[in-house]
Design a binder for this molecule. Structure first.
Ligand SMILES: Cc1cc2nc3c(=O)[nH]c(=O)nc-3n(C[C@H](O)[C@H](O)[C@H](O)COP(=O)(O)OP(=O)(O)OC[C@H]3O[C@@H](n4cnc5c(N)ncnc54)[C@H](O)[C@@H]3O)c2cc1C
Length: 436
């Protein structure tokens, strides 16, 4: 196809960004018979700072997208659950509870591989992808988005038109900037994530290890047989004027448990940083446009579900867009259905993430809650299933659960006192009882 014909046609949908949310939306729309053009400013394969583990609930979506077998062929690590320690306390390892008779695991592999597998699937399906094309602005017609403008790798301007535009440009998506949609921050202080892959680390088992301590928290997980991803999140003030590599090393190895695991290990690359501040996005003021993935809002990575959220929001968006395109109605009111459905599905999960986010920065309550979870395996398993996105968040963000938490607290000899946890406690594997 000539460059002129690529640029002159009107696509059914333009997708800005080829990350997980953009790729999933493009694949789902193309599978429904729509002509899609993906516009991406980077050249793939491209890397991204991330905890790199993907909620157990993502498996069926990845299967539907036709990429699960390619992911398995890349030898990802299957994590059994989450191991958490609070302020130098011992680790509590919580396995994902089984679901519908199946053992549940989360996928852990590098974003370099994961995103490239999705990208390659788009290429295989013949989706038009313009790499090294930076989108700068949206094109409006009578208040409705009808296209995009931008610059290619040679700085040559381009304009593209479509019946609908999907912005999957991540946390700095062009639509957010163009329309001033960012709300928040919820947290007073900005956060920065510092990440590196380490070789020769000795993790005792295949868990995602979350260590909460001062001045921040780390998430560590194996992403291949000999590589562990170590992400540190600290207040933005903490890194000002510091040598990033030295600070990262000092803080990561400042925790006794991490030091033990990383004793013979070395970072295999320079530390990469990314700002990591949670934000919300205001409702869109126009038709012809939907936002998916991080462009729709970003929650703190502590509970690590951004990729699942991106994939699931792509599914919801594609379903609404299918109806809208069939009816020839891409009005704001029509497309708002997607945002409403997404909110209905994720609202309680976001509430939980905010509660956990507040909790982890308070030493006493954080240690006490980890203690409570150690003594209440069913509560712990429920929570991890919710974080894994396959137990509805309503099971946790609900009066019955909170009452159980309070009564467990009252009965617990630990109470608000510090308690001794058994390292890698063996948890109850019985199926979860239904909540009343
Ligand atoms: C420190 C940290 C740790 C995290 N850990 C986890 C974890 O363990 N598990 C998890 O599930 N989630 C995690 N997340 C969240 C996860 O990384 C995101 O939710 C996920 O990447 C969102 O995918 P996306 O497709 O919306 O955006 P992105 O992955 O950001 O992709 C956006 C794409 O759009 C392109 N783009 C942007 N603007 C333009 C433009 N103007 N023109 C053209 N192209 C553009 C970019 O180049 C990029 O390729 C973490 C996030 C952070 C910050």
């Amino acid at each position: 196809m000539t460059e002129e014909s690529v640029m002159s046609k009107t696509y059914d949908a333009i997708v800005i960004g080829a990350g997980p949310a953009g790729a999933a939306t493009a694949l789902l729309l193309q599978a429904k018979g729509y002509e899609v053009c993906v516009v991406e400013r980077a050249r793939f394969p491209r890397d991204k700072v991330c905890g790199e583990f993907i909620s157990p609930a993502a498996d069926p979506i990845l299967e539907k997208l036709g990429v699960l077998s390619a992911i398995e062929a890349a030898h990802p690590i299957r994590l059994r659950g989450v191991a958490i320690s609070a302020y130098e306390g011992e680790e509590l390892a919580i396995d994902y509870p089984p679901h519908e008779g199946r053992a549940m695991t989360s996928l852990s592999l590098s974003r370099l591989s994961f995103d490239h597998i999705l990208f390659s699937k788009m290429q295989e399906r013949g989706i038009m992808i313009l790499q090294e094309h930076q989108v700068d602005d949206l094109v409006f017609d009578a208040g409705v988005v009808t296209g995009i403008t931008g610059r290619d790798a040679e700085n040559k301007p381009f304009t593209l038109h479509a019946r609908v535009v999907v912005d999957a440009g991540g946390r700095n998506a062009v639509s957010i900037r163009r329309m001033g949609l960012k709300r928040g921050p919820r947290l007073r202080r900005g956060k920065v994530a510092l990440a590196a892959h380490w070789k020769n680390a000795k993790l005792p088992a295949d868990y995602c290890y979350m260590h909460v301590s001062r001045p921040g928290y780390t998430g560590m997980a194996p992403v291949s047989d000999d590589t562990v991803n170590v992400v540190l999140v600290v207040d933005a003030d903490r890194v000002k004027g510091e040598d990033i590599n030295a600070l990262y090393r000092k803080v990561v190895l400042g925790n006794a448990r991490r030091r033990e695991m990383l004793m013979d290990a070395e970072p295999a690359e320079g530390v990469r940083t990314v700002d990591s501040l949670a934000f919300d996005v205001a409702p869109l003021p126009c038709g012809g446009l939907v936002l998916v993935g991080d462009a729709m809002g970003f929650i703190d990575p502590f509970t690590g579900e951004g990729i699942y959220l991106g994939l699931r929001s792509a599914e919801l968006a594609a379903a609404t867009l299918d109806v809208a395109l069939q009816r020839g109605d891409v009005s704001r009111w029509m497309l708002e259905r997607y945002a409403i459905r997404r909110k209905q599905e994720f609202h309680k999960k976001f509430v939980l993430s905010r509660i956990l986010q507040k909790l982890i920065y308070r030493r006493g309550p954080c240690r006490s809650v980890v203690g409570l979870l150690a003594e209440n395996p069913t509560l712990a398993a429920t929570l991890v299933g919710v974080i894994g996105d396959y137990i509805p968040a309503g099971r946790v963000v609900s009066v019955p659960f909170l009452l159980r938490l309070v009564s467990a607290w009252v009965r617990s000899p630990a109470g608000a006192r510090s308690i001794k946890l058994s390292r890698h406690s063996t948890l109850d594997k019985r199926p979860l009882p239904e909540e009343g």
